[in-house]
Design a protein around this ligand. Structure first.
Ligand SMILES: [Zn+2]
Length: 181
């Protein structure tokens, strides 16, 4: 399996967290736009979409008309949709079974912000084998130097059957890496 990453700026990372706080006990959701890459996709814009799920406390369903409108306007600005984001007001910090049942876009990134502890955003690519965790790479331009913060999670996966996957996650640890572009 190829290791993949989702790169985004600090501003976008914080914006997802702010939107999540504003949603209070309900999940908020939206579209990630930018540049798709088979190993790294870069987010350059996000667009929140109304959550029209019947039980928004534990599920999300994007208003289809608003989603179409947002997609068209993002594409008109030269972006492409590279994935989606939503929140888990009470956790867990990983995709739920509902998320896996509803994921339909192979190669797309699914970012999830969990609020059951310190707000944590993780990202997963949807593949034929299910959700594959990917690195979150934070890009910040500081006088021609890019500060890249990598958030890692440690995982243990046990496969009981091809259709049943149990994944255990720990909270992330943070490492920094500075590179010149
Ligand atoms: Zn979810």
């Amino acid at each position: 399996m190829t290791e993949t990453a989702l790169a985004l700026t600090r501003e976008i990372y914080d914006e997802i967290i702010y939107q999540g706080y504003n949603g209070q006990d309900k999940e908020i959701c939206g579209v990630l736009a930018g540049t798709y890459g088979p190993t790294q996709s870069v987010v350059s814009d996000i667009q929140q979409i109304e959550n029209v799920a019947e039980t928004p406390q534990t599920q999300y369903a994007m208003n289809p008309e608003a989603q179409l409108e947002a997609t068209q306007s993002l594409e008109a600005n030269g972006h492409e949709v590279i994935g989606f984001y939503h929140t888990h007001p009470t956790g867990p910090p990983r995709p739920s079974e509902t998320d896996a049942a509803r994921a339909t876009w192979p190669g797309y990134s699914y970012a999830i912000c969990a609020f059951d502890g310190y707000p944590f955003i993780g990202s997963w690519r949807w593949t034929e084998e299910g959700f594959q965790h990917e690195s979150l790479r934070m890009i910040q331009d500081t006088n021609n130097w890019d500060l890249i913060v990598l958030l890692h999670t440690v995982r243990t996966i046990s496969l009981d059957s091809p259709h049943q996957q149990r994944v255990f996650w720990t909270r992330p640890y943070v490492s920094c890496e500075i590179s010149r572009q």
